[in-house]
Design a protein around this ligand. Structure first.
Ligand SMILES: Nc1ncnc2c1ncn2[C@@H]1O[C@H](COP(=O)(O)OP(=O)(O)O)[C@@H](O)[C@H]1O
Ligand SMILES: N[C@@H](CCC(=O)OP(=O)(O)O)C(=O)O
Length: 376
């Protein structure tokens, strides 16, 4: 286990899944108290903690005595609004017993896609942790619809870890870690204590079907691991209701699944482009352009573009892919999809005549481009 890394960890993100903090008839106040006590203990050692907590939907369903999530979106959003206040109330009471204050941060995908709002969220989180207040983050379910949904709090927790340049991400769930197959289907499933590198097979063994109250299952945890480890941040998935789980992890006990981080750190802005922004479309490029961006580290020029997919504005994040549909990377475009459609295949000196003006030589400048090889 990563004893040295834990020893040096100064800022951590802890994510709690719905099933961890929910009991049969409502919130599991014992677990919430146990987690609060452990976070207080870690903070007393000088560690800064940001909590990402699910449970609004689960708590709301319990309050309204619903067995299943309603189908209709407005009803789901209402259930989440009912539950969120209960979740925060429980944390408030629990942390107060240790003399700690909390703050609620509700975010949407839109907030994180907008660089200015992304940085605003970072400033607020920095201020809170400077004041030794525990930020408790959740997705703002009440105003998000499917198209702009982040979807699951595992990926949100990874984005927060990147946003805050955390030293560690802990995902606490209702199972001991990642197994080599779905333990609900296979009795002989074995716990994997360490994942050196996330491969396609790692994603395949993690099912995306969640437990009764969860979202995203183990797959979203592996995706979260991919995001943070590529940026040099280690991650552990472990069972949240095990006694003193966080303290034991910090004492170097071998529990859960440890995802080993890459040694090379990706710059924070590139992490944001690769892992936080949702691509709005695709630019299809020829072999020469693949070589230029992949092997030679060049910007993507119009001459290598053969097609555009989707509608997007200048500044949007798009992926770029081969004619065979293999994604090569993502980047921020200097031109809208309609302009790219007009200038595709042209030499740089021809852009001006075609568009009646030329603001940029590149479709995607290399400073705004991240290769997939780098984040996998
Ligand atoms: N390979 C796997 N290893 C471990 N758990 C898995 C695997 N595949 C699927 N799961 C399921 O994923 C569930 C955890 O995901 P989820 O319900 O979304 O939790 P949370 O609410 O904590 O986010 C586990 O209860 C487990 O049944
Ligand atoms: N925002 C939702 C949580 C969504 C989610 O990712 O849940 P989980 O898989 O339990 O972490 C809620 O608070 O109910």
């Amino acid at each position: 286990m990563p004893k040295q890394r834990l020893k040096n960890a100064k800022r951590i993100v802890v994510k709690l899944g719905s099933n961890v903090i929910t009991a049969k008839n409502g919130l599991d106040l014992k677990v919430i108290d146990a987690i609060s006590r452990q976070i207080d203990f870690l903070m007393n050692q000088g560690i800064e903690v940001i909590l990402v907590s699910s449970g609004a939907m689960a708590a709301g369903m319990r309050k309204m005595m619903l067995k299943r999530r309603p189908e209709e979106i407005p009803k789901r959003q209402a259930i989440s609004a009912i539950g969120q206040s209960g979740v925060m109330n429980a944390y408030e009471k629990s942390f107060a017993a240790y003399g700690r204050k909390i703050a609620q941060i509700l975010l949407t995908g839109d907030d994180l896609n907008n660089r200015q709002r992304y940085l605003n969220a970072r400033n607020t989180l920095h201020t809170l942790i400077d004041w030794k207040i525990i930020p408790i983050v959740n997705e703002n379910d009440t105003i998000t619809v499917e198209e702009i949904k982040l979807g699951d709090n595992d990926n949100l927790a990874a984005m927060i870890a990147l946003l805050m340049d955390a030293d560690f991400l802990f995902i606490l769930t209702d199972i001991d870690g990642l197994y080599d197959k779905d333990p609900r289907q296979f009795d002989d499933a074995r716990l994997l204590p360490k994942i050196e590198q996330i491969q396609k097979e790692t994603e395949e063994l993690a099912s995306g079907i969640p437990g009764t109250l969860g979202t995203g299952g183990m797959l979203s945890k592996v995706q979260a691991a991919q995001k943070v480890t590529s940026a040099g941040i280690p991650m552990i998935v472990a069972r949240g209701n095990r006694d003193d789980i966080l303290v034991r992890l910090f004492q170097g006990e071998d529990v859960g699944t440890y995802f080993v981080p890459k040694e090379v750190k990706m710059a924070s802005r590139k992490c944001w482009i690769a892992h936080t922004l949702a691509p709005k479309g695709s630019v299809v490029i020829d072999e020469g352009a693949v070589r230029a961006v992949k092997t030679n580290g060049k910007s993507l020029l119009p001459i290598g573009v053969v097609a555009v997919k989707g509608k997007f504005e200048q500044g949007a994040a798009v992926d770029f892919r081969t004619v065979e549909n293999e994604v090569i990377g993502v980047g921020l475009v200097n031109y809208s999809s309609s302009d790219i459609d007009l200038i595709k295949g042209l030499k740089t000196f021809q852009i001006k005549a075609c568009l009646g003006g030329k603001h940029y030589d590149e479709i995607i400048h290399r400073n705004n481009l991240v290769l997939k090889d780098f984040w996998q």
